[in-house]
Design a protein around this ligand. Structure first.
Ligand code: IVH
Length: 672
């Protein structure tokens, strides 16, 4: 009877170990989780009935032993070293040059490039293939015995596959995948408990639990990348070969590592991983380059506590801590007051950040940002920097109360109003407020409006502050002499600017309408108004009701449009623009039923044959709407080269994706 049970137990254990291997090492599961759970339940049932047949390497024995009072100490026979850090391209070049010089190699060296996982280093010992002990890195010479906790990590095999050496010490990184980290934090939040700051802390905290049952419930993973003590085995000649050998033993290795050639290959890998970083399922803080050939590694040796054959090339930190010097209000084109935090300059995400927008007062109150606060600032990729949170514990002066709404405009001292229920406060000064004047002229000249090249922020500021320009129409009476008199403006650039202003006179009605800066009228609405009315005169004489008949124009927008054209001041500006020679061809009137009416497009990535603006313009001319993010309402996502997360989102929601060629065909089909 026991022989039958023994055989079934062996079979079950082998089967479960094989599924663990397929899931964690090959990332290619064969059976659904429910099937796996059934096997595990059967194993536990049989073992409970036959306790004498339980083996230490049985998959049921991951949580073993009672909680310990403290961790034992483990001395690392082969010290666990650290890595030299690099940040700039030059650091990689210098690392590669030094390695080649020492080795006397002329041609490019092969490197093995790996993600630098943001977790904690561990070392595991297998005796005759059976997992025996695990330890943390500690100070590199002595670590803590975390055997009971590492056993609970299901990705970690309890027995190696195939023929194993007498002693094998493998080293790697324990980490928490982002999805698991987020789930853990959600659960903690639901229970009203403290959340972890980042996946690294969560992984470290989970591994250092005195009760392995807690560790077992945490979604930890491990990837192996190196060796410690080895007896009875001749390691492969290269790091890439070692990784293959580890994987063959059933030890998980990072799937995003690869062999590259020379400093060029390293830099290319670094850039590629930098782009992929945000979409990886785990956090990395850089990449590691290792000289691939073992013999070369041995010849290069070590300096102090780091090998000469490896370099950790770090990514720029995406978060940093700094102090809020002041909170000021900027006045925008429509008078909207935007709170801005002035910061002690801080280097984050590869740039120095000294200002962050706080969007609106509700946001300031929600985050409770005050002057003098210590705050966490984040800048990921090319995203604009944001203030993540206040470190309230470090608030120095309780005398700084919450930020209050200013009663008057900080620029023109006109009254400030904040209508009930609106998040935005506004200066009521309109065109008498220099800030609003300046912003509306800047908007008028911007690329998607009148596209006056060379008329940037600094110049507009000088023109408005110097009293030379106070309305968009004044731009067209500027003389080359006036322009040349401005700061940092030579004769040549003055002539160029004059030319750009002249060029902008030939425009389109949608651009002009957008340039005028009517509240709530963006590019799409400007296009819709132009198509509905055909010419400016008809729009200017239309009633609010008539304007509301334009597709997608509601009562609020209609009221803003009507009010804008009712103002004498605005009418005068338009008249002067026409007198200055501005011209726009009439727009073919549409009944509202354009070929792409009611269809929303989202653009992502770089198109080759046309710019994003050209694509948007062409699509909106056909009635399409352009949105900034993908939702269920999106009809098509247009994907160019290097598309972003929008493409992933599209795939997730099953939204049709158009590549550049398909977009061109679609445009051609509908153009008359
Ligand atoms: S190799 C002698 N490879 O980085 C070589 N380390 O700064 C020692 N780390 O303690 C380590 N990913 O915790 C290596 N692919 C990788 C790594 C990696 C993350 C961590 C590890 C180590 C630290 C050194």
């Amino acid at each position: 009877m026991t022989t039958g049970v023994r055989a079934r137990l062996d079979a079950l254990r082998a089967e479960i170990a094989r599924h663990d291997y397929r899931y964690y090492v090959l990332d290619d599961p064969e059976i659904p989780d429910a099937e796996y759970d059934k096997l595990m339940a059967e194993l536990k049932r049989l073992e409970a009935a036959h306790p004498a047949l339980v083996t230490p390497d049985s998959p049921s024995q991951r949580v073993a032993g009672a909680p310990s009072g403290e961790f034992g100490e483990v001395v690392h026979e082969v010290p666990m070293l650290s890595l030299e850090n690099g940040f700039a391209k030059e650091d990689v070049m210098a690392f590669d040059r030094r390695a080649r010089e020492r080795l006397g190699t002329q041609g490019p060296l092969d490197y093995f490039a790996e993600p630098k996982l943001d977790g904690l280093a561990v070392t595991l010992i297998f005796h005759d293939g059976v997992f025996e002990r695990a330890a943390t890195r500690g100070d590199g010479f002595k670590g803590e015995d975390v055997t009971a906790n590492v056993r609970t990590i299901r990705a970690c095999p309890l027995r190696l596959r195939g023929k194993a050496p007498r002693v094998l010490e493998v080293r790697g990184e324990v980490f928490m995948p982002i999805a698991g980290f987020e789930r853990l934090n959600r659960e903690a939040q639901d229970r009203g408990e403290k959340t972890f700051v980042n996946p690294r802390n969560a992984a470290a905290g989970s591994l250092r639990q005195l009760d392995p049952r807690i560790t077992a419930a945490r979604p930890l993973r491990v990837y192996f990348y190196g060796l410690g003590v080895v007896f009875g085995w001749q390691p492969p000649e290269t790091q890439s070969g070692l990784i293959e050998a580890l994987q063959a033993w059933g030890l998980p290795v990072c799937p995003h590592s690869e062999r590259v050639r020379g400093a060029e290959g390293c830099l290319e890998y670094y850039r590629a991983m930098g782009r992929r970083r945000a979409s990886l399922p785990y956090q990395i803080d850089g990449v590691v380059f290792k000289v691939d050939r073992r013999a070369d590694q041995e010849r290069l040796g070590f300096v102090s506590r780091a090998p000469r054959w490896a370099l950790a090339q770090k990514f720029a930190a995406e978060e940093a801590v700094t102090r809020v010097r002041a909170i000021e209000f900027q006045v925008g084109r429509t008078g909207a007051l935007t709170p801005v935090a002035r910061l002690e300059p801080v280097f984050v995400g590869g740039v120095t950040v000294s200002n962050v927008t706080l969007h609106n007062l509700d946001e300031v109150w929600r985050k409770d940002v005050r002057e003098g606060d210590t705050v966490v600032v984040r800048r990921a990729g090319d995203v604009i920097p944001e203030l993540v949170r206040v470190i309230v514990e470090r608030r120095p002066h309780p005398e700084h109360g919450p930020v209050a709404l200013p009663r008057t405009c900080p620029v023109c001292r006109s009254a400030v109003i904040k209508p009930e229920g609106e998040a935005v406060a506004r200066c009521t000064g309109a065109f008498s407020c220099p800030a609003q004047r300046q912003e509306s002229i800047r908007h008028f000249a911007s690329r998607r409006a009148m596209d006056i090249e060379g008329l940037g922020e600094k110049l507009v500021e000088q023109l408005v502050e110097g009293g030379i320009v106070s309305s968009p129409a004044d731009l067209y009476t500027l003389t080359a002499g006036q322009l040349a008199g401005l700061e940092r403006m030579g004769e040549k650039s003055a002539a160029n600017l004059k030319q750009a202003i002249e060029r902008s006179k030939r425009t389109t009605l949608p651009r002009l309408l957008y340039a005028l800066g009517i509240r709530e009228v963006g590019e799409a609405t400007a296009g819709a108004l132009a198509r509905h009315f055909g010419d400016l005169h008809s729009l200017m004489s239309a009633s609010e009701d008539e304007i509301q008949r334009v597709p997608d124009v509601g009562p609020v927008v209609a009221a803003h449009v009507a009010a804008f054209f009712a103002s004498c001041e605005h009418r005068k500006v338009i008249q002067r623009l026409q007198e200055a020679g501005l011209a726009w061809p009439p727009v073919k009137k549409s009944s509202g039923d354009l070929p792409l009416s009611g269809q929303t497009f989202v653009l992502t990535g770089t198109l080759e044959g046309l710019s994003r603006e050209q694509a948007s313009e062409a699509l909106t001319a056909l009635g399409a709407k352009i949105a900034g993010s993908v939702s269920k309402k999106t009809r098509y996502v247009v994907a160019g080269a290097d598309p972003g997360s929008k493409l992933e989102k599209a795939r997730e929601l099953g939204i049709e994706v158009l590549e550049e060629d398909a977009l061109k065909r679609l445009l051609a089909r509908h153009r008359r």
